[in-house]
Design a protein around this ligand. Structure first.
Ligand SMILES: NC(=O)c1ccc[n+]([C@@H]2O[C@H](COP(=O)([O-])OP(=O)(O)OC[C@H]3O[C@@H](n4cnc5c(N)ncnc54)[C@H](OP(=O)(O)O)[C@@H]3O)[C@@H](O)[C@H]2O)c1
Length: 329
């Protein structure tokens, strides 16, 4: 399989290469692609040195799969060019997610929708992926009506510039700002850009993407997305109201039997999910599972995952694995 990693020099790109190597993705030829700034730069994959190339050269090489993590503008312009030469694009940006002609895939939930004709496949937003991984089995069993979510998102979710801003602040260095304010010792109720309705784009991704993934518009989601000074790992406080009542023991059992979900929930031993535990792991962690005592059929939970892993690279590689296993590329 000839595989292109577009955005190989970025935060997601770096983890993508790690995940591809760990999972032994069947690569015969690897193309590392980034902006003109990085062309010629040397990088290593499985102890072999590669030279970063530009997008035009990568299209000419006609890879079977191109995994994009290079921002929405790059995907909008270049994904169709790859698709035209027969490449299947798995895209991490928000460019194609809500396009009705493109699939939005979390393999554990809806990979069975994929066909050979899908030449541009969208990877959901990082905070959406960890949310739907936990909601999927619960929705199936108890039918969701409404979800209220507040996120606590790490700076790695913004990219290398934001990680650098936090490191500069800790070291007391004046440098380039990724955010409009300091992020150290702070919390910014501002992830991605503000929209006309007063919500941010990140909040609307959380509201809309799950409906598309579940192919179900009978439930609603409202979100507040907050950036906090953790280096990696997103956390979410999630309140879900169901049509049907549930039993907490059954909820815990259902979640612990869900592939890719780990229950960490024991107040007696201070056991609950945290970004430092989720770091570098492919699973989604859930805890603080308890009944909302103010409303019928309603559950509170705390969900944590490594945003660069299941929130981005791992999910994209799993889509690639599904395509290979089902002869769809
Ligand atoms: N961080 C997350 O948790 C996360 C999660 C899910 C999805 N995503 C998405 O993944 C993408 C990358 O995010 P990131 O956090 O890795 O950002 P990042 O660290 O800023 O990296 C951006 C990457 O894109 C490349 N790039 C930028 N402009 C380009 C252009 N015009 N042509 C070709 N390559 C270009 C950069 O190459 P140079 O090094 O040459 O500039 C770099 O490799 C974004 O679309 C983001 O929304 C991120």
């Amino acid at each position: 399989m000839k595989v292109a990693v577009v955005g190989a020099t970025g935060m997601v790109g770096e983890v993508m290469l790690k995940v591809l190597a760990e999972r032994n993705f069947p690569i015969t030829e690897l193309l590392l692609v980034a902006s003109e700034r990085s062309v010629g730069k040397k990088m290593t994959y499985k102890n072999k040195e590669y030279t970063v190339i530009g997008l035009a050269d990568a299209v000419t090489a006609k890879p079977e799969i191109a995994i994009f993590s290079a921002g929405g503008d790059t995907s909008t312009e270049w994904a169709p060019k790859f698709a035209e030469v027969g490449t299947t694009v798995i895209d991490n940006s928000s460019a194609w997610r809500m396009d009705p002609t493109k699939k939005l895939v979390v393999p554990e939930i809806n990979a069975d929708q994929l066909t050979k004709e899908d030449k541009i496949i969208a990877n959901p937003n990082c905070s959406t992926i960890q949310l739907v991984m936990v909601l999927a089995p619960l929705h199936k069993k108890y039918k969701m009506k409404r979800v209220v979510i507040s996120t606590y998102q790490s700076v790695s979710g913004t990219g290398v510039k934001a990680v650098q801003q936090l490191e500069n602040e800790i070291a007391g260095i004046q440098g380039e700002m990724a955010y409009p304010y300091p992020i150290g010792r702070n919390a910014l109720p501002h992830c991605d850009v503000f929209l006309e309705n007063g919500y941010t784009k990140e909040e609307m991704k959380l509201a809309r993407e799950p409906q598309k993934i579940f192919d179900d518009r009978t439930f609603s989601i409202t979100a507040t997305a907050v950036r906090i000074p953790t280096a990696g790992g997103h956390s979410e406080s999630v309140n879900v109201q169901f049509e049907n009542d549930f039993d907490l023991t059954e909820v815990r059992k259902l979640l612990s039997e869900t592939a890719g979900v780990i229950v960490q929930d024991n107040p007696d031993t201070n056991t609950y999910p945290m970004p430092i535990y989720a770091h570098d792991k492919d699973d989604v962690f859930v805890g603080r599972i308890r009944r909302d005592e103010t409303q019928r059929n309603t559950l509170n939970m705390w969900i944590v995952a490594d945003n660069l892993r299941k929130g981005a690279a791992t999910n994209a590689v799993q889509i690639g694995e599904y395509l290979v296993a089902h002869n769809l590329v």
